[in-house]
Design a protein around this ligand. Structure first.
Ligand SMILES: [Cu+2]
Length: 592
């Protein structure tokens, strides 16, 4: 029996482009959350989805900088959740990991998600938004209700995205279809004469999905969120681009601008472009990341473009030298779960079952006839941004956050992934985290940190002062990469350092985090612990790989109020890998 049957044909559907709403002046628009049918592939029956304005992804909102928009979010959803949720044994018949195949693979449908009626809250990811409109995870609207949010759009041009953010079930609401793109444009971008809108500027929203099967093994089209007892994240076998599985896009022999977003729940992509079986990256320049334009265009990393959940890339691809009929293929070359390890780009296009990658296909480009022009990107892109130098880091308050895996006390339950906020300790607490770093010369600096919060609902500890820069240190004690997203202002990644992590038996408890982390020591794990050129711009989501400590420079300049930061692997975010922070104006600090 072929466990890969039923296999859908790749590259038969044309790349869909979501409907656009171009807002030229301040205005109010209504976005309806609707339950509709959506077809993910020509040969797949329609799927029931929850979708913004009935589209997967939702309409792309395009707006000029400083053009305020009010959005009335109208919830017309009707339950139940249009996704079957199961936890199946680790391996299906034939020893193949269950997450590689369609269907329930022996898992029972979970009755709790099946009872969800459609509570929702929209968050505009990457936006500089006032706190009351930021989509606080517990401020929900039920079916039949609506809310109005205000988006100032006063920020650098960038690709943002809006998506659902409901406490505890974000993974199901996004999987059901609640996501859409939002593009802010500004004068600097227009000076650069970059393509704006179709056909030469196209969004590519990647997201992996799985589907249920009927008794005869055929795909029913019903969305399926399947995990297994060892892997709490949902890694699905079929990659969709703008809501279509493995589509094809026809391109003229010129330069295209692609706005790429990884909108998956958990899967990290390492994108490799091939022509005639060989990597063909020289024709690609990356010009922007999460927070907008880079200072200068950069080449893709040789091993491919890595995008974890919620990360974005603004890329130009030059097809001008190619003859009509040429095909180029975009593959995913990253195993799941992802930890940051190197993958050989020449293996792109091969399945990796142990890496939960049965189908590496993503997208095909096919060159058609058209005007042959090759506009090149300008050597200087952003003019409003510079990397912080050492003097700007001096004296900044430093906060420390540990990313921790806590084994469940209940048998058969997967581990919890959590974030732990730390405060400087005095060495009297048994369960402190010890950070060791080499100072100048041979001296070692040793600092002890005690745990002050482990759950989302624990008391708030982070009260950053508005306008004052801070360094947040993200210390990964787990074996996998976590894309950490901070709401509100974009940040700079200051450093990515290797670390040797020692976790004593029983060191991680409900309240304590006993571990020793030696920063700067080679971890011997084959992971390249450094910043890629495309990570030197402004970011709102940063990958923290295994055996790694990341420092980011945050500064909240515009809005006060209560916001969140969290892991953007949605299965982690929903299980407490999320914490609040409150931005305070300096003048209010004495009254706290
Ligand atoms: Cu995580």
């Amino acid at each position: 029996m072929d466990l890969f049957a039923p296999r859908l044909k790749p590259f038969v559907d044309l790349l869909p482009v979501p409907p656009r709403h171009v807002a030229k002046e301040p205005s109010r628009l209504t976005i309806r959350l609707q339950t509709v049918n959506h077809r993910f592939h020509r040969d797949l029956p329609p799927s029931r989805v929850w979708a913004y304005d009935g589209h997967v992804p939702g309409p792309t909102i395009e707006v000029d900088r400083r053009t305020e928009l009010e959005v009335r979010w109208e919830n017309h959803l009707s339950g139940p959740l249009p996704v079957v949720v199961t936890r199946a044994p680790v391996h299906a018949a034939g020893g193949i990991p269950v997450q590689c195949v369609a269907g329930r693979s022996g898992g029972e449908a979970d009755p709790l998600p099946a009872a969800l009626s459609g509570y929702a809250v929209a968050h505009l990811h990457g936006a500089l938004t006032q706190a009351t409109s930021d989509g606080w995870t517990e401020n929900l609207i039920g079916p039949g209700q609506s809310t109005v949010d205000t988006y100032q759009n006063d920020q650098r041009a960038a690709l943002l995205w809006y998506h659902d953010h409901v406490m505890g079930i974000t993974r199901f609401d996004l999987y059901a279809g609640l996501a859409g793109l939002w593009i802010v444009r500004d004068a600097r971008e227009r000076e650069l004469k970059l393509p704006e809108g179709p056909p030469y500027e196209l969004p590519l929203m990647l997201a992996d999905r799985n589907f249920d099967t009927a008794a005869d093994g055929s795909l029913t089209g019903r969305l399926l969120h399947k995990t297994d007892p060892e892997v709490m994240e949902c890694f699905s076998p079929f990659t969709t681009v703008n809501g279509a599985i493995w589509p094809e896009v026809e391109v003229e022999p010129t330069t295209y601008r692609f706005r790429v977003l990884n909108g998956s729940n958990a899967r990290t992509y390492r994108l490799v472009l091939t022509r005639e079986g060989q990597p063909d990256h020289d024709r690609i320049r990356q010009i922007g990341s999460d927070g907008g334009l880079l200072v200068a265009p950069v080449l893709l990393p040789a091993e491919g473009l890595v995008l974890a959940s919620a990360e974005r890339a603004d890329i130009l691809i030059d097809f001008s030298d190619l003859s009509v009929g040429t095909e180029l293929t975009l593959w995913n070359n990253a195993p799941s779960p992802f930890n940051g390890a190197f993958a050989d780009p020449s293996t792109a296009g091969t399945a990796d079952l142990e890496g939960l990658l049965p189908y590496p296909e993503v997208l095909r480009f096919r060159v058609i006839d058209g005007p042959r022009v090759a506009p090149m990107p300008r050597p200087v892109l952003a003019t409003d941004f510079q990397r912080a130098d050492a003097s700007q880091l001096e004296g900044c308050p430093v906060r420390a956050i540990a990313l921790v895996e806590l084994e469940s006390s209940r048998e058969g339950e997967p581990s919890m992934l959590t974030m732990r906020e730390l405060a400087e300790g005095d060495g009297t607490d048994e369960s402190e985290l010890t950070l060791v770093e080499s100072g100048t010369g041979q001296t070692e600096q040793v600092k002890r940190w005690r745990t002050v919060a482990t759950r989302f609902e624990d008391k708030t500890n982070f009260f950053p002062e508005m306008g004052r820069a801070e360094i947040w240190r993200l210390i990964n004690l787990t074996g996998d990469t976590h894309p950490i997203h901070v709401h509100l202002d974009a940040f700079q990644i200051i450093s990515r350092q290797p670390a040797v992590v020692e976790l004593p038996e029983g060191g991680i408890t409900d309240t304590g985090t006993r571990a020793t982390v030696r920063i700067g020591q080679p971890a011997g794990d084959g992971i390249q612990h450094g910043l890629d050129a495309n990570e030197l711009g402004l970011k709102d989501t940063v990958r923290v790989n295994a055996n790694e400590v990341i420092e980011i420079l945050v500064c909240f300049r515009t809005f006060a109020g209560r916001y969140m930061y969290h892991c953007h692997i949605l299965e982690h975010e929903d299980r407490d890998m999320m914490r609040p922070f409150v931005v305070m104006p300096a003048e209010l600090m004495p009254f706290m």
